[in-house]
Design a protein around this ligand. Structure first.
Ligand SMILES: Cc1ncc(COP(=O)(O)O)c(C=O)c1O
Length: 439
């Protein structure tokens, strides 16, 4: 055991990541954490994933060792059109050429605000930030101002600021005590939290989904319970926004929150986030102080306008659903054919694969081999985070990915039949949100 022996003939040869590893070794001396992406697959399955990118185009990226990858991670969903989208990059370059950092505001901010108010159901007013955590923290601040209450009920990954950090180190206990959670698709668990903290909860803030889709009536039920207990209902649409529908999960599932936060796909990779919501609530933002060193920097605003217009003009969202569905259907077919114990999960624009072996060692081995083999064959899939589809993915990309996945499933099947177990590797675990999970 622990030796693949005679299955080597079907396992793809390892790729050399010498340059990536050289850069990473240096980074560990000068950058805390080595890189700033602790959730990267290269940290989960060391030696089997690239670490440094050289360039990207469409749905493909090339690493510094010269390997090409078909990418379904897409910088964790910030890329929705494809790498180096010419329309978005041209808009950003125009902004750079005219100047993008003044003590004055550039008119493009109004243009973006108008567009967001048009496409996001809950948006009567918006306020711009630079990161997702900025926007979710502003939403919580605003809910506390409006309700005069301190406690927050939250679900999913909502950022790294004190009130929602997934690790306790450095977070005052007093801050943690004011933040509660509940079980997804379980309205009773939410009602328990709200009734036990009556008149104290400022908001219920949640991702509309992560991997498990909402059961019919669940999101409406959350909204109704929040109302009943005098709390605001806030959707964190960093990932679902501009993926499920132009107006996010709130448009797709037909449930309008009081406030919502967006970022990621909104600008195809440029740094911007937004808090959106009802005018009567948003107006209270002037009671507090929110800011950013780069608040007038308008490159990302121009990029966001170009991205949203292109998503709409080119009907990109139906494409994301079509391609994601074809990928999930193909994976389901392969699972049937090969007999691996796995199933697809998530929604087509953000699909995922879950291995179902009851024995954790077998399950981890299956995951390890599947992701190792797909990476070795040039397809980037994340073992620990749902994947993303972009406008540049084609039917041919789906076919190519499925061919690679078929090979990877065969490796899994053969290795498990021989009693092979994965070598000790970093813990690879599936994130199904409990409110404590990683992004
Ligand atoms: C749903 C969700 N909310 C909030 C955040 C935090 O965003 P940021 O990392 O930009 O602060 C993320 C980031 O991945 C996210 O996925």
């Amino acid at each position: 055991m622990g030796n693949e022996g005679s299955m080597e003939h079907i396992s793809a040869p390892p790729r050399s990541y010498a340059r990536s590893q050289e850069l990473f070794a240096r980074a560990q001396q000068i950058i805390a954490g080595g890189t700033t992406q602790g959730k990267a697959p290269s940290t989960l399955i060391p030696g089997e994933y690239p670490i440094y990118a050289a360039r990207g185009r469409g749905a493909y990226l090339w690493d510094v060792d010269g390997h090409r990858f078909l990418d379904w991670i897409l910088a964790y969903g910030i890329i929705v059109l494809g790498y180096c989208d010419p329309d978005v990059d041209r808009a950003a370059i125009r902004e750079i050429e005219e100047g993008f950092a003044f003590p004055l505001t550039r008119p493009v901010q109004n243009e973006l605000a108008e567009l967001l108010v048009e496409v996001i159901p809950c948006a009567e007013m918006v306020h711009f930030f630079k990161t997702g955590s900025d926007a979710t923290s502003a939403a919580v601040r605003l809910a506390r101002i409006v309700t005069g209450r301190d406690k927050v009920v939250r679900w999913g990954y909502n950022g790294w600021h004190d009130w929602c950090c997934i690790r306790e180190a450095g977070i005052p206990r007093k801050v943690r005590e004011d933040v509660l959670t509940f079980r997804y698709n379980d309205l009773n668990s939410l009602e328990d939290v709200l009734s036990q903290n009556r008149d104290q909860v400022a908001c219920v803030l949640m991702m509309p989904l992560e991997i498990e889709p909402p059961q019919p009536g669940f999101l409406d039920g959350v909204k109704a319970l929040a109302r009943q207990y005098g709390a605001l209902f806030i959707l964190d649409e960093m990932r679902s926004g501009f993926h499920l529908a132009l107006g996010g999960a709130q448009e797709y599932y037909g449930v309008t929150p009081d406030l919502a936060t967006f970022s990621k796909a909104m600008s195809n990779g440029y740094a911007i986030s937004v808090l959106a919501g009802r005018r009567e609530l948003m107006q209270h933002l002037t009671q507090t102080y929110v800011s950013s060193t780069f608040f007038t920097n308008s490159i990302a605003m121009a990029a966001a306008v170009a991205t949203i217009k292109k998503l709409r003009r080119e009907q990109v969202i139906p494409h994301l659903w079509r391609i994601g569905q074809a990928l999930m259907d193909g994976l389901d077919r392969l699972i049937q054919e090969t007999g691996v114990e796995a199933q697809t999960a998530g929604v087509p624009p953000m699909p995922f694969l879950v291995f179902r072996y009851a024995d954790p060692e077998v399950r981890e081995t299956a995951k390890y081999l599947f992701y190792r083999e797909t990476a070795r064959r040039g397809v980037l899939l994340h073992p620990n985070h749902h994947w993303f589809v972009c406008a540049s993915h084609t039917e041919q990309d789906v076919a190519d990915t499925l061919e690679v996945c078929a090979d990877a499933f065969h490796v899994v099947k053969q290795a498990l039949a021989r009693g092979y177990r994965a070598p000790a590797f970093q813990k690879v675990r599936v994130t199904v949100s409990t409110g404590q999970d990683k992004p």
